[in-house]
Design a binder for this molecule. Sequence first.
Ligand SMILES: [Mg+2]
Length: 332
Amino acid sequence: MSITERELLAMIERIFPQRADGLELGIGDDCAAIRPSPGHETLITVDTLIEGTHFSRKYTTPRDLARKSMAVSLSDIAAMGGAPRFALLSLNFTRTVDRRWIGAYLKEFRSAAERFGCVVAGGNVALAPRDLSVTVTAVGEVKRGRRVDRSGARPGDAVYVTGTPGDSALGFDLLRANRPRYRQWERRLMARHTRPEPRVAWGRALANKKIPSAMIDISDGVAIDLRRMLAASGVSARIGLFNFPLSKEAARIVETKGEAVWRRILSGGEDYELLFTVPPGRVKKLERLIAEGSVVAARIGQTMEGRGSLTVADRSGNVLALEHEGFLHGSE
Ligand SMILES: [Mg+2]
């Protein structure tokens, strides 16, 4: 049975708490009122996930969607070096989702927020005629002077990436194949797509130590997002696939399917890892953070004088052609 707007609002008031540090006024009034921490800047970002465009309910449980909708917004806060504080949820539901689906979504949305020290401070619900969609606005903060923009890279900086980008796209391909059975290692890749982890702790650790000159999160793929950062900074870069941090699952696919898989790894997107540049004088400090396990990151290249172009060398050192948008040309 479908749910009415009034039932939904009652459910929301039950699930989301009214009190939190820094929250002067929570859900239930026309606006929430928040108190910024002294000496901090407020960060605000918004992202939408639309059924059919960004997810399919065939592969996405309400709990996965809740976590992912929170993750994509918190990833932007992480990319500035910030700490999440509040979230606003706009849920455009359809007649095809029932009370149980919405209840599961909302409860997991609350736990996802709590896990990152974030409080749901308000939102909106509306009945959509066709496509289910969720829009999450995240509010975070960063200590004045610690914010990391995407425009700060200078020639000669090292280019780093966190985690193992590409897993999400490879996992999505497996999901889409819709096979009756999957192996354990394939499921690990699929989970990287359905349950991405925003790199909030790593982003903060990097910003607090003033390590990155520029930073961006990977939503559309390493190639496209790196080019965005290069364009904003007014530099070019060369990256090499020789040292690229592949998960052992992704390495297995590259081994069996060949070099064409790199195109998916670099252009697939939805990794929500962090890409950042580091001036030469701060590389040692970063390598210490990596060695002690505070950040998981690998060096993939270097910036140089230029106007935003990206060169990619494969594992034998050959330069791969890149299309305008950053997609790799396939030879097959
Ligand atoms: Mg972003």
